[in-house]
Design a binder for this molecule. Sequence first.
Ligand code: ADP
Ligand code: MG
Length: 346
Amino acid sequence: MEAPVLAVRHLSKRYSASQPPALHRVDLEVARGELVALLGPSGCGKTTLLRLLAGFEVPDEGEVAVAGTVVATPERQLPPEARRLGVVFQDYALFPHLSVLHNVAFGLRALPRRQRRARVEEVLALVGLQDFGHRYPHQLSGGQQQRVALARALAPEPEVLLLDEPFSNLDAALREETRGEVRRILKASGASALLVTHDQEEAMTFAERLAIMRQGRLEQMGAPEAVYRAPRNAFVASFLGATNLLQGIAEGSVAHTPVGPLELSRPAQGPVLLSLRPECLQFCARGAPVRVLSRAFKGHDLTYTCQLVGAQEPCVLTVHTGPVCPLREGDVGYVATAAEAVVLEA
Ligand code: ADP
Ligand code: MG
């Protein structure tokens, strides 16, 4: 089997002795041609990981290998330009005084002139900017600037592209469009990429595999649908989409919970914490009685917040339904489950 294009082993980084580590023993691999998203809340260590990979910081522990070559350990680091990695930052970091052509040619100084020219034209065509070579960054829209930054990073044919929140400076509509376009360009060129984001929708739609981080640690890796369907713990369940966390007492494949008996994703015994997605609850003629606290119409669906009636402890449930449901604030309805509850790690 081919070595992963990027292998991170046991990587740790602490900025100061009085602070917890920014990164704690992170293991992560990117296969050739794979798009991976590193997802986590602000401050969880995503940029730190990228800076260690790119060679702007030195690890305290662990190593980084690119296409089978070790590029960083605590004792020995290759300089950033020798790592065969491309980096795209949030603010694009284009050279304002250089034309698009010269920005893209920047990483190709070692090539003979004619080859350099050909490669610049090739990547500009790839990002759809072949007619913009003589413009300057300030003469381009935000989305176009981001595509120039992408072309510049791709030009030297890096083994892996590192993208740090590359769409966050774009407004919502342009962000979705640019994200789709960048994804198409990366797949078309066979690039391998690690995208850093705090936006769950961006991570899920962009990546073939997610790596979810919290407080410097990797919590779970997997395909977006697999992680969404089987989150390992309460943090992952709540961070990747909305969920209902319920306490229960398990007896094999069923748990007794405030909303009644629930089928479990795996057998368990005794006290358990369960995750039940809002779309796995539905209003029915029979079920657990709830009072509607709020109703949010979102066009294609509805989100209800409800309070379980007659529960010993207050229990609030979120329920997603289709776009048509007559229940209003203050009404009483009955909820039933339409799927297994996921048993979370304690
Ligand atoms: P993210 O990119 O996920 O928002 P960062 O990697 O930027 O997170 O930061 C992780 C943690 O490390 C934060 O607590 C942050 O304050 C701290 N940190 C980041 N860079 C430095 C630095 N240069 N010096 C000291 N602390 C830092
Ligand atoms: Mg960051």
